[in-house]
Design a protein around this ligand. Structure first.
Ligand code: SF4
Ligand code: SF4
Length: 227
């Protein structure tokens, strides 16, 4: 599938999620940034979209910030969501992941505002909370919202099946290179050496039995995505 079509599908998946969260009672606001850390994970499709949709002057600022912050401690996943789902379905233990406990603020924040807010990846969009995290000290997320988040993550990974997954800084760094963008468009991006991991197909949805009926309208909306 052409990259432009995949980006259209990605935007429609985000729209399905926006409709879902619009009905929730959340404390999240654009200038609320307690959840903005260096541990954001995304696909190359989302990274390509962020880089390609920035105006050229903003693009160089973004790339400069990314390059300057590549030494920051950050979470680099060993396994994607779909790979985890497949291993769980097969009864195989996934590898241990080490989440960076000493969380640092995301380098794309500017005065508590996300500098790529409209383009932010799903890993940022899905961080929602009933109560203000600054006041509570943590995010309070309903179990069903976590299930919806997982389904959307699995779907985005499947759309980016020939792509990769990784930390925000690593993916944007890779996508800042025109050679890598060309390789990505040709389904030939091979950047595992810089901390990215291969995406996997969606074989089994991770939905707990108690959420299956409630999930149906979300699945229906995702199935109806056409381009
Ligand atoms: S998840 Fe928490 S910190 Fe992030 S926007 Fe929502 S309330 Fe604010
Ligand atoms: S990209 Fe934006 S929304 Fe996501 S963590 Fe960074 S500042 Fe926050």
């Amino acid at each position: 599938m052409e990259l432009a079509k995949k980006i259209t599908i990605l935007d429609k998946i985000y729209a399905v999620y926006d409709d879902f969260v619009a009905k929730l009672d959340l404390a999240c606001k654009e200038n609320c940034a307690y959840c903005c850390t260096t541990n954001v994970i995304l696909t190359t499709l989302e990274g390509y979209k962020i880089i390609s949709r920035r105006a050229s002057n903003q693009k160089s600022d973004l790339i400069q910030k990314v390059k300057l912050n590549l030494t920051q401690k950050r979470f680099q996943p060993k396994i994607t969501t779909n790979h985890l789902a497949t291993l769980c379905a097969q009864g195989i233990d996934p590898p241990d992941e080490t989440i960076e406990s000493e969380e640092k603020k995301c380098s794309l924040l500017a005065d508590s505002l996300c500098s790529i807010y409209k383009l932010r990846p799903f890993g940022c969009r899905c961080l929602v909370s009933r109560y203000n995290c600054g006041e509570k000290g943590y995010a309070e997320i309903d179990d069903f919202v976590i299930s919806v988040n997982t389904v959307i993550l699995q779907t985005i990974e499947h759309v980016d099946i020939n792509g990769l997954t990784g930390n925000l800084m690593d993916v944007l760094n890779v996508m800042s290179s025109e050679d890598n963008q060309t390789a990505y468009k040709n389904n030939a991006l091979n950047c595992q050496t810089v901390g990215l991991i291969s995406n996997h197909p969606l074989k089994v949805l991770m939905i707990p039995p108690e959420h299956r009926t409630r999930m149906e309208p979300i699945l229906q909306a995702l199935r109806q995505i056409k381009i």
